[in-house]
Design a protein around this ligand. Structure first.
Ligand code: MLT
Length: 404
């Protein structure tokens, strides 16, 4: 009789955003008259920018002719896109990353779940608490996390780094030495950031203890303040200790188009073994590349027109963030985030727990958000709202919340 990967059985419940989706669908079916405003999952709502649409149309037309048709994409992505990423996202910021260190993919969620495969299951991971659930769940599936304690909602072999109001939602160096450190800044879910000097401490620490930082920079386009790093490779020494995950979902609205990339510097080595070579081997074996038309759309993100249009799109969402932040403050809530990130993190009122507040908000305001406890135990008593709704819905949601 065959056996399953019973690590999957250890996973408590379903994926956070699937659970929320099911709850909201059930509520809508029971109350079809209610107009629900969704500020839960960080999914974009604005149409693709004109420069991107134009590139997509052009690429589709190319596929209609034998002379310009494209079959399988190169394993690691088309050079036109890897060159554009290297130039605009890294070299222009003084970060020493070359095109051949960039692996194009269909998004950062998959890469953040898959990257753990190139590491031994003996490695110990450290995660921020609260944290994007994919980092932990994918390590559970691999059998790297020990056993789950439902009381504390923690895994025995995971190092948790609490990010709380007391430490400004920034993790402190852990007491126990990890092998793999997951960091995401600007942060999902708290919307916090750290300075370049703080990130440099992490890079120095990882190099000292021989750990790898898996740095998720999916929200870097939302940074508005000086001194906040856009890539970990702005820090000295990051080439020998860091992998960076990048997404086109939030900076260019590609949640439904799917495009991302992972950077693995050639200097990143475990003794003599190059992690770049391992990830290239994995990519070549298990992946056939993002579609040509999507990579052409990705290239348009970096064109002068694309860059100007996307700057406006990011500003649109950040105006929503400001509306939420100020609206909640006026209504007496304790809030943070929303300045360098499209997420607003609020303390639930009247000691409600995160799921109680989720139900309360849905029932009384018809607004969907994300319970903080879904991201980890330190998220309990908190709630996340996203700035990715339309402006009209964001204003309406805040009006409803003010009237509670
Ligand atoms: C979120 O809401 O946390 C994100 O949209 C999830 C994701 O990007 O996969």
């Amino acid at each position: 009789m065959y056996k399953i990967n019973d690590n999957y059985l250890k996973l408590p419940g379903s994926y956070l955003f699937s659970t929320i989706g099911k709850k909201v669908a059930a509520y809508s079916a029971e109350h079809p008259e209610k107009q629900i405003i969704r500020l839960g999952i960080g999914d974009v709502t604005q149409p693709l920018a004109p420069a991107i649409i134009e590139a997509l149309h052009k690429a589709v037309d190319e596929m209609a002719h034998a002379e310009t048709f494209h079959g399988y994409a190169p394993d690691l992505g088309y050079e036109f896109l890897r060159n554009a990423i290297a130039k605009h996202d890294f070299q222009s910021r003084g970060a020493d990353i070359s095109a051949d260190e960039i692996f194009v993919s269909d998004g950062a969620k998959c890469d953040s779940g898959n990257i753990q495969e190139i590491f031994s299951t003996d490695n110990k991971i450290a995660v921020c608490d609260p944290v994007y659930p994919v980092y932990v769940d994918s390590n559970v599936m691999a059998g790297r996390t020990g056993s789950y304690d439902p009381k504390t909602e923690t895994w025995s072999d995971v190092i948790y780094m609490p990010c709380t109001a007391e430490n400004g939602f920034a993790p402190e160096l852990p007491k126990e030495t990890p092998d793999l450190i997951y960091l995401c800044f600007p942060n999902n879910p708290t919307g916090s950031t750290i300075t370049k000097a703080q990130l440099q401490e992490w890079v120095d620490y990882a190099n000292k203890v021989g750990a790898v930082i898996i740095y998720d920079a999916a929200y870097e386009a939302y940074i508005s303040e000086e001194g906040v790093p856009h890539t970990i490779y702005e820090c000295e020494g990051a080439r020998t200790c860091a992998i960076e995950l990048r997404s086109f979902s939030k900076n260019a609205g590609f949640t439904g188009v799917r495009l991302g990339c992972t950077v693995v510097p050639r200097d990143l080595k475990c003794k003599e073994v190059s992690l770049h070579a391992l990830w290239a081997r994995r990519h070549g074996t298990k992946y056939n590349g993002a579609p040509y038309i999507v990579q052409k759309a990705g290239e348009a993100v970096y064109s002068p027109a694309g860059r100007a249009q996307l700057k406006e799109q990011v500003a649109y969402y950040m105006n929503n963030a400001k509306t939420i932040l100020n609206g909640l403050k006026d209504a007496g809530y304790t809030v943070s985030g929303g300045v360098n990130a499209p997420y607003i993190w609020l303390k639930t009122p009247e000691n409600m727990n995160s799921w109680e507040f989720f139900d309360y908000l849905l029932e009384h305001a018809g607004v969907v958000g994300t319970p903080g406890s879904g991201f980890g135990p330190s998220g309990e008593g908190y709630f996340r709202l996203t700035a990715f709704g339309s402006y009209e819905n964001t204003v309406a949601a805040l009006d409803r919340i003010r009237q509670l």
